[in-house]
Design a protein around this ligand. Structure first.
Ligand SMILES: [Zn+2]
Ligand SMILES: [Zn+2]
Length: 111
């Protein structure tokens, strides 16, 4: 495990989002970013787009790389440098990378 005072970059593990239909707060894993999801409470469907201003992001959660405790932070801290509440480890939150999109690989093309 990395030394505790070493700054670790952490992507969100998922998001807390206000459902646009029933306004209840939902916890959604990051793997659904960019996907259409269904609210488990009202069954309303919406697209989870963390970068869209129409998405009601409340916050996000992430695992502390130092102590593996789950941390929760308000959305405005998504690019903040913080210290873990539990272990004091230093964390730099970084935005979620877009899902694997198979970038066009330059190079030779067969055929
Ligand atoms: Zn809902
Ligand atoms: Zn920690």
């Amino acid at each position: 495990m990395a030394p505790i005072n070493e700054l670790q970059r952490v992507e969100p593990g998922g998001f807390h989002i206000g459902c646009p239909h029933c306004q209840q707060e939902l916890r959604i894993h990051r793997k659904y970013a960019g996907c259409h999801v269904e609210c488990k409470l009202c069954r309303g469907r919406f697209r989870l787009d963390p970068e869209s201003s129409s998405t009601r992001l409340v916050g996000f959660f992430a695992e502390c790389p130092h102590c593996l405790e789950e941390l929760r932070a308000a959305w405005r801290y998504r690019q903040a440098r913080v210290a873990c509440k539990r272990c004091g480890g230093r964390i730099q939150f970084v935005p979620l990378k877009p899902a694997q999109q198979n970038p066009a690989v330059p190079g030779t093309v067969d055929g």
